[in-house]
Design a protein around this ligand. Structure first.
Ligand code: MF3
Ligand code: CO
Ligand code: CO
Length: 255
């Protein structure tokens, strides 16, 4: 364990990381499966059902269902919805973008991943938002190496996003993950470099930039969950669970 300011980061052994990788593989396969059924006309609750059945068929448990009262296995956030959109009978239509966020619990460990997908043909701005948000995640992962500081991840993400004239959501952050879905440390997607704990082998982090087309500010809808952009502009979200190891950092939720 590493003690930082106000936080206790649980380090995982190589063996624990191997086991975590199994949870991560299941969640990655679930995401890969559900992305193939995204099409105009499908409802978000159908996507949730697919993911839930897939996870259960692998002997794993959906991590989000019941988490702080969340009602589904999948978060489905369409267009201006940033995160935590609740599956409903809303039908996707051509030109929408949809962020899918899902987690599983398997044999003692959690895996957490997210990605944003186009529904049919989408416009240029939407394409660019998706590309920048996904690349921002990889810029963050590149900095998540043993010996660097935690906020190097944050700085890499924010710089890349703002160079591309999009904005980074501040209200939600990435997190440690392992035997709990959310562990220390928080992993913000904004901030200066060279701060926070030094990254060491055994740290397992969920890095998850949320990127808006316009303002970074968000509003929570009356359902108590759905976060939307303050100005109604589009938002995208990509997430991997990664393990910092001696010989490099591995995105465990990447197939
Ligand atoms: N979006 C969160 C994450 O990736 C988890 C959502 S919890 C839920 O860490 F309850 F909303 F599902
Ligand atoms: Co997630
Ligand atoms: Co997460």
């Amino acid at each position: 364990m590493v003690f930082g300011l106000n936080q206790l980061i649980v380090l995982k052994s190589r063996d624990e990381i191997k086991r975590m990788a199994e949870a991560c593989r299941i969640v990655a396969e679930a995401l890969d499966g559900v992305k193939k059924i995204i099409a105009p006309g499908i409802t978000t609750v159908e996507l949730d059902k697919f993911v839930e059945s897939f996870i259960i068929s692998k002997g794993a448990t959906p991590a989000f269902k019941g988490y702080r009262g969340y009602p589904a296995s999948l978060c489905t956030s369409v267009n201006e919805q940033v995160v935590h959109g609740i599956p409903s009978i809303r039908k996707l239509k051509q030109g929408d973008i949809i962020s899918l966020d899902l987690g599983v619990y398997y044999r003692g460990f959690y895996g957490d991943t997210a990605a944003t997908f186009p529904v049919g043909e989408i416009n240029r701005t939407a394409k660019s938002l998706l590309a920048v948000a996904e690349e921002a995640l990889y810029k963050g992962i590149e900095c998540a190496e043993a010996g660097r500081r935690l906020s190097d991840i944050s700085f890499a993400i924010q710089s890349y996003v703002e160079e591309n004239r999009f904005s980074v959501v501040r209200n939600f952050v990435g997190h440690g993950i392992g035997r709990e879905l959310h562990e220390e440390p928080q992993v913000p997607n904004f901030g200066g470099p060279g701060e926070g704990p030094v990254l060491v082998p055994g740290m397992t982090l969920a890095i998850e930039p949320m990127i808006n087309e316009g303002t970074w500010e968000v509003v929570i809808l009356d359902d108590g969950w759905t976060a939307v952009t303050g100005d109604g502009s589009l938002s995208a979200h990509f997430e991997h669970t990664v393990a910092v190891m001696e010989d490099g950092t591995y995105a465990l939720t990447k197939l």
